[in-house]
Design a protein around this ligand. Structure first.
Ligand code: ADP
Ligand code: MG
Length: 332
């Protein structure tokens, strides 16, 4: 498969001196579902704005469908669809009118627009709300309408900037299924940014993890997770500051332990077959009078990948839901 987006050494420095994107390179293949995963302020929107010709790059080389981002901007705009982070829905217009208006912007014929609008309303499940003013739509409906308007001219490449941020889980999974359909059935190349690990993991065939303007890791979700090479056990202690060092001493001597790091819970242990180790850890700490408040076990997630490369966690509501709690009380 050939590359449809190539980015080499992209740098973006805003006029106030903020280096939002710091020398990133990546490529997206035709038909691929590609993701940019990173926390707030990582540089995701900046990158997407440059790729969609809305913002001028400071330096670097970018090709979209073989076209130059600066010289061929008008041609690029014809073949891409863009859903920006802020919804662009016009509340005074109905859902149908919003999509129709976008069709006119793309200079489609009235007949083509009508047919396409009907199709899109079905695709995003807004047929029954089509004649309602968009200001009365829920957040999820607005995002779905935004997605439909981005698709009106049948783009080859769809750029989505955090399409599900702030949505409830149900609306989020509805959007996931429309996106998967567009990618699998219609062969649209999708470039998506997200802060949600679960979203990147589920949708993206390949992704780059971005933090503070730099790409810290790239690959398929399974490659990235396999690279961690270990499960994790997160241990929180009743008195972390007092017992942390002693607990680490005890755990260090156990078999199959790869790495022990300080983490927000207190201690995170990376180990092969960590499930087998939990009982040993609990017993050892218990017999040394170190009181544990909880132990959670998880197989590697993209958050562990992020942690490994940045020493931080991506903070989203997904993290509030603890992974399967094996022993002890709730986290935080
Ligand atoms: P993300 O979309 O990943 O949250 P952004 O691309 O929006 O990140 O922002 C990257 C960095 O650039 C942040 O530090 C942000 O504050 C900064 N930034 C974004 N837009 C501007 C701007 N117009 N002027 C100056 N700094 C900006
Ligand atoms: Mg953003």
């Amino acid at each position: 498969m050939s590359d449809i987006i190539t980015v080499k050494n992209l740098v973006e420095v805003y006029s106030d001196g903020t280096k939002a994107v710091d020398d990133i390179s990546f490529n997206v293949q035709e038909g691929e579902f590609f993701g940019f995963l990173g926390p707030n302020g990582a540089g995701k929107s900046t990158t997407i704005k440059i790729l969609t010709t809305l913002l001028r790059k400071t330096s670097g080389t970018i090709k979209v469908a073989g076209l130059d981002i600066f010289n061929d901007a008008a041609q690029i705009r014809k073949i891409i669809g863009v859903q920006s982070q802020e919804t662009t829905v016009d509340g005074d217009l109905t859902g149908r009118e919003n999509i129709t208006l976008q069709g006119h912007f793309h200079q489609m014929t009235t007949e083509d627009i009508k047919k396409r609008v009907d199709e899109l309303l079905v695709l995003v499940g807004l047929e029954s709300a089509a004649e309602k003013r968009a200001r009365n739509y829920s957040g999820g409906m607005k995002k779905r309408l935004d997605l439909a308007t981005a698709l009106v001219h049948k783009p080859k490449i769809l750029f989505l900037d955090e399409p599900t941020t702030g949505l409830d889980p149900q609306s989020r999974s509805a959007i996931w299924s429309y996106l998967e359909k567009l990618n699998k059935e219609n062969g649209i190349t999708i470039f998506l940014t997200t802060q949600y690990l679960e979203e990147a993991d589920k949708l993206c065939k390949r992704l780059s993890i971005i933090d503070a303007g730099k790409i810290v890791a790239s690959g398929s979700p399974s490659e990235l997770k396999a690279d961690i090479g270990a499960d994790s056990i997160r241990i929180s202690l009743e008195n972390c500051s007092r017992d942390n060092a002693k607990a680490k001493e005890l755990i260090k001597t156990m078999n199959n332990v790869n790495q022990i790091v300080d983490s927000e819970e207190c201690i995170t242990v990376y180990a092969k077959n960590a499930g087998l180790l939990i009982a040993d850890i609990v017993r050892a700490l218990d017999s040394s009078d170190i009181r544990i408040s909880s132990v959670t076990f998880s197989q590697p997630s993209l958050d562990d990948v992020f942690m490994k490369h940045t020493g931080k966690r991506i903070r989203t509501e997904e993290l509030v839901k603890a992974p399967s709690a094996i022993w002890g009380g709730a986290r935080r």
